[in-house]
Design a protein around this ligand. Structure first.
Ligand code: G16
Ligand code: MG
Length: 219
């Protein structure tokens, strides 16, 4: 039986994924790396430094920069991203998310956050959702990023729950892989072609309700 829900942030709670995309796209242009839909999707849920490595690799430039230069580029992307997310307000919370969170708490479920983003606490403040997420995995303490299971394993741990009693909610293939690897129920938000491995799938956050989840799990 499900007792806890572990949430991704970017692409599940709000549309910050588009700002990550915008900021990486700008950096890719500067590095002379062609920006493609495939590259953009592959970066979803992936940590900051791993994302930079993927971009450099896509352009065959993985050996062109020192670690110091790479950190400088990642910092530049983050500064750009931070200026983009300043405009976030509670109106940017995806449809149905606040209702779902309220419903979970009203029914005694526990919730935690498993975002790879070091900016997650700031974003939650802007969205006025910080009070829902008193349990947040600190991505700075992780050895491995998504798709490794570590972040979702920790998401269950901080709730004091067995992973088998937890569900993770994700918009990225790397995140769904992390949830499945942790032995939790994966709930994907997106398309079947992108999230082939999700146990439960919804096209849109407004379909995310306890009743709809149970209906798909009972199938
Ligand atoms: C998010 C985004 C990724 C981003 C990562 C790290 O993960 O989806 O695109 O690269 O966080 O973010 P930051 O650079 O802000 O630390 P998630 O797990 O919330 O989808
Ligand atoms: Mg995400």
């Amino acid at each position: 039986d499900l007792k806890g829900f572990i949430f991704d942030l970017d692409g599940v709670i709000a549309g910050t994924a588009q700002y990550h995309g915008q900021a990486w796209h700008q950096l890719a242009d500067e590095l002379g790396v062609t920006w493609t839909e495939e590259l953009a999707n592959g970066l979803k849920g992936v940590s900051r430094m791993d994302s930079l490595e993927m971009i450099l690799k896509a352009g065959g430039k993985e050996n062109d920069y020192t670690d110091e230069q790479k950190v400088a580029y990642a910092t530049k992307k983050n500064d750009n991203y931070l200026s983009l997310i300043k405009q976030l307000t509670p109106a940017d919370v995806f449809p149905g998310i606040k209702e779902f969170l309220d419903d979970l708490l009203a029914n005694g479920y526990q919730i935690s956050l498993a975002s790879a983003s070091k900016n997650a606490p700031t974003i939650l403040e802007h969205l006025q959702l910080a009070s829902y997420f008193t349990k947040v995995v600190d991505p700075a303490t992780l050895k491995e990023g998504k798709p490794d299971p570590e972040i979702y394993t920790r998401g269950a741990e901080i709730l004091g729950l067995d992973p088998a009693n937890c569900a993770g909610v994700e918009d990225a293939a790397a995140g769904v892989a992390s949830i499945n690897g942790a032995g939790e129920t994966s709930i994907g938000i997106g398309t079947r072609s992108e999230l082939a491995e999700a146990d439960v799938l919804f096209g849109d956050t407004n379909e995310l309700t306890l009743a709809n989840i149970k209906a798909q799990m009972d199938k």
